[in-house]
Design a protein around this ligand. Sequence first.
Ligand code: GAF
Length: 395
Amino acid sequence: DLSPAGDGPDSRGTVVGSVQDGFAAALGGVPDGVWAAPGRVNLIGEHTDYSEGFALPIAIPQATFLAAAARDDGLLRLHSTQGDGRTTVLRTEELKPGAVTTWAAYPAGVVWALNESGYPVGGADLYFDSHVPTGAGLSSSAALECVVAAAYNDLYELGLGPVDIALVAQHAENAFAGVPCGAMDQMASACSTAGRALHLDTRSMTAISIPFDPEQAGLHLLVVDTRVKHDLGDGAYAALRHGCEAAAGHLGLGALRDLPAARLPDAVRSLPADLGRLVRHVVTENARVEQAVALLNSGDIAGLGPVLSAGHASLRDDYRTSCPETDLAVDAAVAAGALGARMTGGGFGGSVIALVPGGRVAAVTEAVTTAFRSAGYAAPGIFPVVPSPGARRLL
Ligand code: GAF
């Protein structure tokens, strides 16, 4: 189990030293380097990436850190600060989908995916310290995958760019760990830059970074971790993906991305109700990404608020991936002065983001905490995030 080491932003200097020390104690010797890859929140564009649509994520300060050294004997030795104290030892040539069922499937999957994708790589000693909360919808698995891909890229001089790193990481998650996710999380973890959001087109896999500095506009982006653990591998996510693919098939489209907004009412009428509401979410959500991008490009960050709230309503009513805890966090945040709020990530629990004027941060935090207490829910984790850099070498 990789539970979070802390909720606060990482102190880079401290973490680099501690993963070097952890590496020496658990695996022996000195690492060749230290890398980091972040988790993410998605501003808007949820459940669109497997319909070849658009998204607008940012990387968050919470990252997974990795001290790594190449090995020339084909062994892959994996150890995590958040693990059970044991080192997982695998042989790279024996890796195959389904063979690893613990957290180690994500890093081992990347090594397998590199070899599968025509990048011959060998073993390594890998020591992890993850500061991305798990099961919180903040992409802890993408961070784990991307940090391994970034380290291997340097250790084995593969010459991969950030998009290549993201796609290898996604391949690992899809084919090795067996989770049918889209590419948004890995693209956010691999390609983000500080102070910017990533306008993602998941058909062309282009990622254009646009300035996003809420603090300059007197605003804060708060994350509310509802503590309701979500799990993309539990079947509900795959069912949604299949629903979108089936709807596209009914409509004679390659992907829902290709349905123009003007044809939406007819398309919804022609489909069974369960598929129609999925289509309505995807088409309107893609439009909300374009709306949000236009707002950011014109410097109107506050204007994002209503777009976030409209996105949540669509996930709650049409896509049905919210849950009572995320709905309560959104409603309480908005009632206490947030300009807008929505669940972020896969849903069925996980986290909410809220765009909050500086003067209302304390009130929103208090209101959400009180609402959770009154409802008998576990205390949420509430913390601010800023747009942070993607996967990178620290040492
Ligand atoms: C999860 C998936 F991993 C992403 O690919 C994306 O589909 C997201 O849910 C929903 O937008 O994080």
